[in-house]
Design a binder for this molecule. Structure first.
Ligand SMILES: [Zn+2]
Ligand SMILES: [Zn+2]
Length: 422
């Protein structure tokens, strides 16, 4: 339900908006059939020329797999017409398909993290943003690489926001079990079918054993051979997909861009997931990012958004004026993108987006079934920060607000060395 509201909001302000549906496809194998052999072969063979395909798909070497990540643009390129439902409510009809970008990386060279997505998006969104589209909404399945419970994910969303000078960005997801509604899921079947019977070689030219299984090679020699094999696999994959269309829109398939803006995932992730208050002192930029999020961010179950403010005291927003003024004006006046609430007159029905956009926003937890997170509430100092766990609450209060408050009296006595350092 909230997804519908997000999409109608983006459609209402289509001139300034980009909406993307994103997901990761099943991994493709290198060295054996790329996709399961249960994908039907859609080719015809003369009687004496039967197919000579592998009849097994045992994986070769650890990490000899391609992780294809898809990003599908859902934005309309013209004003959407208002449609009327059976109740007589008006809706912005939003698109459910569009141009598809596939970015393919080899698992062994680049494990998939939020940093990969951010690097991909910086390349993919550059042109749209240069045309004034400064509001970005991403629909995902809330998988681990996109999970808004993770501070690392919030921090990398902030990085896209600042790097592209966006006015608003929103990472939202389908409820668990509902990800099949994510429009990009429909593309996986035709993309897989295109690869039925295809094997990307795992051996160097003239060799019969993959480098990872050869004896007597140094690590550097293995990596050098693998680099050629993996590059060829990705190029070959792009060749299969680049001449495809999906729903009448072009498919663009590529390897990772050579410009990888961010390359510090391990450091950021370790700091944000485990770092103590003192460790943040050595990384003031990250701490500053967390504080920025606490003022400009809005986290609810399965969703995180961030937007520029209009405070005369905010150095960042003064230096980076809002471009999508009408849309941000609406968010400012009602307190964020609307959340669903019951339509007073019809039992079990929810207000339409148009109705919800005219009243002060209700907190997300009010009209949804109670979840573990909704019982923990939001930070009293930054109302947009909903606590996702007890640990999240303690760390947020301590690191962002420097709070020393303890819920229980501490009985053990500090060692003198710790006291003197404070
Ligand atoms: Zn601000
Ligand atoms: Zn707070």
């Amino acid at each position: 339900m909230p997804i519908r509201y997000r999409m109608e909001f983006m459609t209402q302000f289509w001139r300034n908006s980009v909406a993307l549906s994103s997901d990761t496809m099943n991994k493709l194998c290198i060295g054996t059939l790329a996709v399961s052999r249960y994908h039907q072969l859609r080719r015809y063979f003369p009687v004496n020329d039967t197919p000579d395909y592998l009849d097994h798909d045992f994986p070769v070497g650890n990490g000899y797999k391609i992780t294809p990540v898809g990003y599908m643009f859902l934005q309309p390129d013209k004003p959407s017409e208002l449609t009327r439902d059976e109740r007589g409510d008006y809706h912005f009809s939003f698109p459910r398909t569009g141009p598809l970008y596939m970015v393919n990386r080899v698992q062994k060279q680049s494990p998939l993290t939020i940093e990969c997505h951010v690097n991909d998006l910086l390349t993919i969104l550059k042109e749209e943003v240069s045309q004034g589209k400064t509001m970005v909404t991403l629909l995902t399945d809330n998988g681990p690489d996109w999970n808004v419970k993770s501070w690392t994910v919030l921090f990398f969303v902030l990085r896209i926001f600042k790097e592209l000078n966006l006015d608003y960005s929103c990472l939202t997801s389908y409820a668990p079990g509902q990800s099949a509604y994510n429009p990009i899921e429909h593309a996986w079947s035709p993309l897989s079918r295109k690869l039925s019977g295809v094997t990307f070689p795992a051996c160097a030219e003239g060799e019969t054993v993959p480098p990872c299984n050869q004896t007597g090679l140094s690590e550097v020699e293995v990596a050098e051979k693998e680099k050629v094999i993996f590059t060829n696999a990705i190029e070959s994959l792009n060749h299969f997909w680049n001449d495809m269309e999906f729903d009448g829109f072009p498919v663009r398939s590529s390897g990772v861009s050579t410009e990888q803006k961010f390359n510090d995932y391990e450091l950021i992730h370790n700091l944000l997931s485990k770092g103590s208050k003192s460790m943040f002192r050595d990384h003031p930029d990250v701490l500053e990012g967390l504080r920025f999020i606490s003022v400009h961010g809005d986290r609810q179950p399965g969703e995180f958004s961030i937007r520029k403010c209009t405070s005369r005291l905010c150095d960042y927003c003064l230096a980076h004026p809002i471009k999508a003024t009408e849309a941000l004006g609406l968010l400012e006046s009602i307190g964020g993108v609307p959340n669903p609430f019951p339509n007073g007159s019809i039992d079990g029905a929810f207000a339409s987006y148009m109705e919800a956009a005219q009243v002060q926003r209700v907190p997300s937890s009010v009209n949804l079934p109670p979840t573990k997170t909704s019982f923990l509430g939001s930070c009293s100092k930054c109302s947009g920060y909903m606590y996702m766990s007890r640990v999240d609450k303690l760390r947020h209060d301590a690191i962002v607000h420097g709070s020393h408050k303890r819920t229980q009296p501490k009985l053990n006595i500090r060692s003198p060395s710790k006291v003197s350092r404070r």
